[in-house]
Design a binder for this molecule. Structure first.
Ligand SMILES: N[C@@H](CCC(=O)N[C@@H](CS)C(=O)NCC(=O)O)C(=O)O
Length: 212
């Protein structure tokens, strides 16, 4: 398997999961901009990461699909919320949908305001608005986590890897991670994990710690 990633992006979640599983994998760490090359567009026409090249030559894209695929392929790693029971499976899909389709998407006007507005004078306003949209989403995740160690039924799953990546970005918000004490604690605990540390190192990234 080969993971295509760009440091700082949501592809880190897949990288963490590959480390948790402990299976051999190849890594293609691209620089920003490489994802619009003809070579990469042939791998993922959306130009986005993550993409996962599979052993049979197929490519899987979309973080939620890749994470579910890996959780299913390596049941011994127990990262699928115990999904032999069907409700547990849909709970995992539900949470991955919230994280990828609601929370991640809410960050997009901050990271790429030019995709939403032509008028640069409006960018700051748009970014502020993005963080306002995010606040209740993060508050709900903070409440959902509560005193638990892991976000889904207090059982480690692929959703934790994805949540960690999203929480790294909360430092950009004016309120910061400290506004969400349980998420802040979760983020710190994730950074104690040798698998997370290995993935960060391999992508030339640093832990973000407790936040400002
Ligand atoms: N829906 C996609 C979104 C992936 C995505 O937004 N990737 C970002 C990084 S977090 C990216 O590749 N950005 C580069 C670009 O769009 O040019 C997924 O869940 O995998």
């Amino acid at each position: 398997m080969k993971l295509f990633t760009i440091p700082g992006t949501c592809a880190l979640s897949v990288h963490i999961v590959l480390e948790w599983i402990g299976t051999p994998y190849e890594l293609d760490v691209m620089a920003r901009g490489d994802n619009t090359s003809a070579a990469y567009l042939a791998i993922n026409p959306s130009g986005q990461v993550p993409a996962l090249g599979l052993e049979d030559g197929k490519v899987l894209t979309e973080a939620a699909a890749i994470l579910t695929y890996l959780a299913d392929l390596y049941p011994e790693a127990d990262l699928a919320n115990g999904s032999s029971d069907s409700y547990a499976r849909y709970e995992l899909i539900q949470l991955l949908s919230i994280l990828t389709g609601e929370v991640h998407v809410a960050f997009k006007p901050f990271f790429a305001p030019q995709r939403f507005l032509g008028d640069e004078a409006q960018f700051l306003h748009l970014k502020d608005q993005a963080f306002e949209t995010l606040k209740p989403l993060l508050a709900r995740l903070d409440e959902r986590l509560g005193a638990a160690r892991w976000i889904l039924n207090d059982r480690r799953s692929v959703a934790d890897a994805y949540l960690y990546v999203l929480l790294r970005w909360v430092d950009y918000a004016p309120y910061g991670i400290k506004a969400f004490p349980d998420l802040a604690r979760f983020r710190l605990l994730m950074e104690d994990d040798p698998a997370v540390q290995a993935a960060l190192r391999a992508q030339g990234m640093n832990p973000v710690g407790a936040g400002a």
